[in-house]
Ligand binder design. Sequence first.
Ligand code: UFG
Length: 329
Amino acid sequence: MRKVVVTGGAGYIGSHFAHFISGKGYEVVILDDLSLGHAKAAGDLPLAIGNVGDPRFLDSVFGGGDVDAVVHFAAYSKVAESMTEPAKYYQNNVCAGLELLKGMERHGVNKLVFSSTCALYGEPETLPITEENQKIPINPYGATKLCFERMAMDLAAVSTLRPVFLRYFNAAGADPEGRLGEDHDPETHLIPLILQTALGQRESVSIFGSDYPTDDGSCVRDYIHVTDLADAHLKALEYLDGGGAPDAFNMGAGKGSSVLQVVEAARRVTGLSISTQPAPRRPGDPSTLISSSEKAMRVLGWRPEYTDIDIIIETAWHWMKENPDGYDR
Ligand code: UFG
């Protein structure tokens, strides 16, 4: 059986992917230091607790010589936090990431799928965003992900490493079977915050900015379902198995929803009134991010299935109603 190491596999997107490929017959080992992830999200999958920046930990995981590929999710991913604590982001996303690349090289593992982000494009000059758009990140989070991509490409030029970068837009939703969901502490993401408000855990949702150059003045994002992302990572592994060269792919549903439209959709799905309050723009937020995922569809044969924002929210709502306090609390 093919063995795939999933770093950050106890986190939101990583856990969805780990269970998804385990269900397809892959042997999975999750690497997670549980600083943000949840042991319960790993479920019955093997979990090695440690940090990807620790060479000895990596040697113990790769030492058996039977790891076929690495899918690297472990990272910090909050745009606003990266603005106030940039060193933390460079340390974890770049320095620890470099240790992972060196560990893979030591043990002859050369297939890598990397959890990248549309945040590396910054404020786009054209929409929808293709992989060729200029890459000028406007926050340290995006800069660290771009840095990792460049680092991996430089190593790939002088070694057998073959990285594939999946640049996600806004990951959202939850496992449609209701086994896994999104649980961050503190929560900063729009859809969980809206649903926590629907549950009565918060009084209202702040709408960050009302004067963006968009139809309703709030930011527009391209929400992509976490199960569609899990499937994309599998397609990327299959691409590497077929001898695919290093490359980067955008991952979005290809349509934009404004913050106010997402709130409206959540009201429809939950049938509950959800209070909002205006708030200043959040530093580091671009106005509009919409993906062209044409390349991923053409080259990887990927097709996002859950592209309706109401359905994305419905899956998140299903999990949140069953797990109002998340995994551990
Ligand atoms: N927003 C609000 N109020 C909130 C929270 C968010 O108005 O209380 C707005 C934000 O300003 C933004 C949108 O809702 O316009 C989405 O915000 P999220 O925090 O949910 O997501 P981000 O767009 O900031 O970030 C996410 C991922 C990043 C990724 C980025 C790419 O967390 O890893 O998408 O857009 F890089």
